[in-house]
Design a protein around this ligand. Structure first.
Ligand SMILES: *Cc1c(COP(=O)(O)O)cnc(C)c1O
Length: 364
């Protein structure tokens, strides 16, 4: 870098991030139309948004006016939906933005966070950008949290934040309430990511924020409400944090399209919940079917996806064979998760095609 372009040295020496591949790029690479592909790699909702969202977007007349910086009407509807007061809710351009906002609020140079891989990559991805050290406390072999080791790490490193995900992405398992009780007693702030809670047979901790002083809960409309492309998430925060979050939030972080789409979704909850129930049904069907294949070992999941260990052949080979059949799944080759794939639950016809393609896949 020249003397005139003096970017941060830690970023200059950072290795590049592998971006996710878009549907269009996959289609081009495989030489087929995007509408013939089944995208099961990012836990998106195959049913798309509620029809009311399409209506609301078609009627959007204020695209030339800045959005409401407080997302007031949306937050009122979210309060009803999640059972926490609107005063404790802050919206963001996806839950991803709120992860960054939390780091901005808490982290000073030299601070650290705790991360329990394998888990959602954004916690450890963002940490160095905000000058935080990410301390990994790996999950156990069955992907349950290693609470004893987290307790020890909190004592030793005094992290500002502990990032937790329940149901966990990519393993799909929950954190138990006994584990939460122990974690909430620690002298640190817990950031609980509930991106998949709508798919789980478990209660959200959203309504406990506030009585539990050190708990932040993150939620999103990307998965259950099918709004991933519009970017809309929210956090439920302890009252003491709210004034400070309002000070640092970008004023127009939630755009007008996301704002009205969120409101329209929350006025059509019955339909969206029926779709969630259908995706849970398909996940259960898939779990049974995959367990019967000699080369796949699915882990129990409470989310809209299944993590599978691949045996008898490289997971990359299975990924490639499925891609040839027009089906895209997520492949893991990291040290913490080697030779695994993650498959999102789709519609019944999509799952029919997946199972037919898997029947043709065999180690060779
Ligand atoms: C998908 C996902 C998110 C991202 O949510 P956005 O609102 O789309 O930013 C957050 N956390 C986890 C665990 C996810 O899998």
């Amino acid at each position: 870098m020249s003397d005139q372009l003096r970017i941060r040295r830690d970023i200059a020496s950072m290795s590049a991030y592998t971006p996710t591949t878009s549907l269009e790029v996959f289609a081009e690479r495989l030489g087929r139309g995007a509408d013939t592909l089944i995208k099961l790699d990012a836990n998106e909702n195959p049913f798309g948004p509620s029809p009311r969202v399409h209506e609301a977007l078609a009627e959007l007349v204020h695209a030339h006016i800045y959005p409401d910086p407080e997302s007031g009407r949306l937050r009122t509807l979210l309060a009803d939906y999640c059972g926490a007061p609107a005063e404790q809710i802050l919206c963001g351009a996806g839950a991803d933005e709120l992860i960054e906002l939390i780091m901005q609020l808490f982290i000073e140079p030299g601070d650290c966070i705790i991360n329990s891989p394998p888990t959602f990559a954004m916690y450890s991805f963002n940490a160095p950008l905000y000058h935080a050290r990410a301390i990994d406390v790996p999950r156990r072999n069955d992907f349950s949290l290693d609470v004893e080791s987290i307790e020890r790490a909190v004592k030793q490193h005094k992290p500002k934040l502990v990032f937790l995900c329940s149901p966990n992405n990519p393993s799909g398992n929950l954190i138990s309430s006994a584990q939460f009780d122990r974690l909430l007693a620690l002298p640190t702030t817990l950031v609980l990511d509930e991106a998949y809670i709508e798919f789980a047979e478990a209660d959200s901790l959203a309504s406990q924020v506030g009585t539990r002083e050190n708990l932040i809960v993150l939620r999103t409309l990307s998965k259950w409400a099918g709004l991933a492309g519009l970017r809309l998430g929210y956090g439920i925060f302890p009252p003491a944090l709210m004034p400070h979050l309002w000070k640092i939030k970008q004023p127009y972080n939630v755009n007008v399209a996301a704002d009205v789409a969120g409101q329209a979704s929350l006025l059509d909850i019955d339909l969206l919940q029926a779709r969630v129930a259908e995706l849970v049904q398909q996940r259960k069907r898939l779990e049974t079917a995959l367990a019967e294949l000699p080369f796949l070992c699915p882990y129990p999941s409470q989310a809209n996806f299944l993590l599978c260990r691949v045996q008898g052949m490289p997971a990359s080979q299975l990924r490639d064979q499925l891609a040839q059949a027009g089906i895209i799944v997520r492949y893991y080759d990291k040290l913490s998760l080697h030779d695994h794939i993650r498959i999102s639950a789709g519609t019944a016809p999509q799952m029919d095609r997946l199972l037919a393609a898997l029947a043709n896949c065999a180690p060779h």
